[in-house]
Design a protein around this ligand. Structure first.
Ligand code: F0G
Length: 480
């Protein structure tokens, strides 16, 4: 008979590594909507093949964005109740300002209603006609706010970012040679700042290494140019630094975050991402004179300085969300779920960007649908197919998003044509990921029969992808 005193040793012989678990359990659920292929085909036609025009009731799993779609924690809801709605001097404002100061280390703070509002306010103070703003691929609202002021966003991302299969741990990095070329060819007074987007959404939610942040900062200092961050997913970026960069393994997320921002002079933030808030944003700054200038624009565009477009309760919930976002447990659960979806898709042979990004999986539409011509928007075509197949809503990160060249008015064809599946924070289970992966696998099996995409019927002059109207290229061909 086994020695009972040694029984505890036995299981270890067969021990398997425990999988990650979500660091939360569910207190409240929300019903999602299922539909038939016939219904979805009608709805997407009525929506002019623009997934932004679908109503949420027409969507089963919504991976359109991770922005403002996260689930707040019980502690955030508790904070909501304590929100101070005073117009001036709100205690919730103070709570948020202190949290941001503690995390980012910048003394000056301005709340705004979301990220693009922070861009609008800060760029009103800093960006003039003819300016050039180099950085890693600028997000579309950021680029929009730069181009709206007749300035130019110069993409200096490393080339590895544009090959979806090249293995590189930090595909959000800035190429220092490209950056220095801009510094050398543009007069210093025409470069108000370098912008580092962490993580780099438009190149696939890819992180920027601490080494790169430091090198960019040193180079910019050499030329007397300030460094700003687009901080929407700063905590996810810090997680990747901890896991992938030598020397940071034993540092806490908070320590890494502080060190990242110490390399810069300020940040704009869409708090709808790593703030785990449904609405909110802010500007954080080191320089008082820039702060003073931005304050004037904030009062004009957003509201008084102690609320800036947010209600007191939202500021209180955001302060708590930011604290939760910089815990390793939260980030590990979050990013492991994104990886889970990526691995499932790889299992099915679906071409996805690797390594996986922090907030989303990006499907390489040029590889997935090689027969759809680029002028018929392959990534949008894939997004429509996925919706029809399953009710899963993703978003095109490709030619429609890239807009037309402001001078030539021609379509700008970005190096990558991607379907983004952005995963809301703490909302879906891994089974929703299984469902999404199976739907894409089905389309992949019949991919060679998909040869035609869409053409534009109506578009806005800037940021067109939100409101664009399309028609099937196929229908037109049949009619002709
Ligand atoms: N910067 C980045 C990197 C973003 O991803 C976004 C928004 C913004 C700025 C603008 O912030 O929406 O609060 O005004 N990205 C969303 C997305 C829309 O789906 O990726 P916002």
């Amino acid at each position: 008979m086994d020695n009972p005193r040694r029984a505890h040793i036995k299981p270890y012989l067969f021990a398997m590594e425990l999988p990650y678990i979500e660091p939360h359990k569910i207190k409240m659920v929300e019903t999602i909507h299922t539909s038939t292929l016939k219904e979805r085909s009608r709805w997407i036609t009525e929506a002019k093949y623009n997934l932004f025009k679908l109503t949420s009731r027409q969507v089963t799993v919504d991976l359109l964005t991770d922005s403002g779609t996260g689930a707040m924690s019980d502690r955030q809801w508790a904070e909501l109740i304590q929100g101070d709605e005073s117009y001036a001097g709100s205690a919730s404002f103070e709570k948020l300002r202190e949290t941001v100061r503690e995390l980012l280390g910048y003394p000056f703070f301005i709340p705004t209603h979301q990220g693009r509002a922070a861009e609008n306010v800060l760029f009103s103070a800093l960006v003039k006609e003819g300016d050039v703003i180099p950085g890693n691929t600028h997000f579309d609202t950021t680029k929009g706010h730069i181009e709206f002021r007749k300035a130019r966003a110069e993409d200096c991302t490393i080339d590895e970012a544009f090959n979806t299969t090249t293995d590189h741990p930090f595909k959000g990095n800035i190429d220092l040679n490209k950056l220095e070329t801009v510094f050398k060819s543009v007069p210093r007074e025409k470069i108000p700042f370098v912008l580092i987007t962490v993580t780099c959404n438009s190149s696939g939610g890819q992180p920027v290494s601490m080494a790169n942040i430091k090198a960019v900062s040193a180079l910019a200092k050499q030329y007397g140019i300030r460094v700003l961050f687009d901080a929407a997913r700063f905590a996810e970026n810090a997680y990747f630094i901890k896991n992938r960069e030598k020397d940071y393994e034993n540092r806490t997320i908070r320590e890494i975050v502080l060190e990242m921002f110490a390399c810069g002079d300020g940040a704009t933030m869409s708090a709808k991402k790593d703030g785990i808030a449904n609405m909110g944003g802010f500007i954080a700054l080191r320089e008082e004179d820039v702060y003073q200038q931005a304050c004037t624009f904030n009062i004009m565009f957003e509201g008084y300085l102690t609320y800036g477009g947010m209600s007191g309760r939202d500021m209180a919930a955001l302060a708590q969300g930011l604290k939760e976002a910089v815990t390793y447990e939260y980030l590990h659960g979050r990013i492991s779920q994104v990886r889970y979806l990526g691995n499932k898709l790889l299992e099915y042979g679906v071409p996805v960007q690797q390594p996986f990004g922090g907030h989303a999986i990006f499907v390489d539409a040029l590889k997935f649908l090689p027969y759809v011509p680029r002028k018929e928007f392959p990534a949008q075509t894939l997004a429509v197919e996925l919706y029809k197949e399953s009710g899963v809503r993703g978003v095109e990160i490709g030619t429609l998003l890239a807009d037309r060249d402001p001078v030539t008015r021609r379509n700008r064809y970005p190096k990558l044509e991607l379907l983004r599946l952005a995963i809301p924070r703490r909302v879906y289970t891994d089974n929703h990921m299984n469902y999404t992966a199976a739907a894409l696998a089905n389309i992949y099996a019949r991919r060679n029969f998909i040869q035609q995409g869409y053409r534009i019927v109506r578009e806005a002059p800037i940021m067109r992808h939100f409101t664009i109207e399309l028609e099937s290229a196929e229908e037109k061909t049949v009619l002709c």
